[in-house]
Design a protein around this ligand. Structure first.
Ligand code: NAD
Ligand code: MG
Length: 328
């Protein structure tokens, strides 16, 4: 089953032209999304805490700024762009009671809705418009006249128009210039968590450390090991990003490619693939989410301890020194 993808021609801006959009939070996504929507001619208000240091930034960017409660009250669409772990508390205390029938409650990640940490009333639309890139990229690419692709998902369609409204919102971000992929909260949440655990973050950092330790335990110099297993990763990832696996392989030497094709499967073998399946099972069952939510409630003891251990890893000590001599 391949995905449905929408482009600018599929958009009717009338679905959003009479709506006020409240952006809650002015971090990475909040700033990028609010500025693009505003430049697209949409009516935007930014909701921030009274003592928020982002207040001045948002005002200097030319945007209307109010308290979170007031923004939620004024907004016909309320897009929640504060960190996922604080969303439930802020939603309950400052947003929920300001939602009117027919309002749109928007997210850029599905975690809190999918795992029932936020349970919206049945008289609002609940949608996700999630750019597939950080806020500064969303902003920069928009200014170049292009867009970062986004995901669109509808969880609850009270108005009967939520898909068109969501699409018009994505259009204001510039995302329809690149393509807006239709998904579900479940699919986005589960694949996002799996991707960061198994491949992007967990998989890659362990792969790097394992390679570094294998070399240094055998007596190779840590500086040399650092370049081989960490620094050069960027060159390879850039090639993969631009041209796929096959394109990357066209740029490396035949020796590297033969080693890749014959040896890689031994590193990511049966055991790793089984571990991936287990991670996915824990994501799908909600086991990971429950663990992470209670870790937060306990003030993150495990998280902090594990962070500290890795910050002091030998590869980090070497890396801090070597990066000073590398022009980036
Ligand atoms: P962020 O950490 O950059 O921004 C957080 C903002 O929320 C800041 O303005 C901060 O002051 C404010 N904030 C923090 N704690 C608060 C509290 N207790 N009450 C009120 N405001 C508070 O967040 P982000 O990375 O932009 O993420 C926002 C949402 O976008 C999340 O759902 C995230 O999953 C999603 N998302 C992020 C990215 C990304 O690349 N950063 C990409 C796609 C989706
Ligand atoms: Mg992600």
């Amino acid at each position: 089953m391949s995905a449905t993808i929408y482009y600018s021609d599929d958009v009717d801006e009338k679905y959003i032209s009479d709506k006020k959009i409240a952006i809650i939070g002015y971090g990475s996504q909040g700033r990028g999304q609010a500025q693009n929507l505003s430049d697209s001619g949409y009516d935007v208000v930014v909701g921030l805490r009274k003592d928020s240091s982002s207040r001045e930034v948002a005002k200097e960017d030319g945007l209307e700024v109010t308290e979170i409660e007031e923004a939620a009250d004024k907004g016909d669409i309320v897009q929640i762009l504060i960190p996922d772990n604080v969303q439930p508390e802020v939603y309950e205390s400052k947003i929920e009671s300001h939602l009117d029938p027919g309002d749109g409650l928007f997210f850029s990640h599905g975690f809190n809705i999918h795992y029932n940490q936020i349970v919206p009333p049945d008289f609002v639309d609940v949608a996700m418009v999630a750019p597939k890139g950080p806020g500064n990229l969303v902003r920069r690419v928009y200014k170049q006249g292009e867009g970062v692709p986004a995901l669109l998902a509808i969880y609850q369609d009270y108005s009967g128009e939520s898909k068109d409204i969501g699409l018009a919102y994505a259009h204001g971000l510039g995302a329809t210039r690149a393509g807006v992929i239709l998904t579900t909260f479940k699919e986005e949440t589960e694949t996002d968590l799996f991707g960061e655990q198994a491949v992007l973050c967990g998989g890659v950092t362990e792969l790097i450390k394992a390679g570094f330790e294998t070399l240094t335990e055998e007596g190779y110099r840590p500086e040399i090991a650092y370049f081989e297993v960490l620094n050069e990763l960027k060159l390879i990832v850039d090639l993969i990003y631009e041209e796929g696996l096959t394109g990357m392989r066209k740029s490396i030497s035949d020796t590297a490619e033969y080693g890749d094709l014959t040896r890689g499967k031994r590193v990511i073998g049966k055991e790793s693939r089984e571990a991936m399946k287990e991670l996915l099972k824990e994501v799908k069952s909600g086991e990971f989410a429950r663990e992470w939510i209670s870790e937060n409630k306990a003030n993150r003891p495990k998280f902090t301890r594990l962070q500290e251990i890795d910050e002091n890893h030998k590869i980090e000590q070497v890396g801090r020194k070597l990066r000073e001599m590398i022009t980036r």
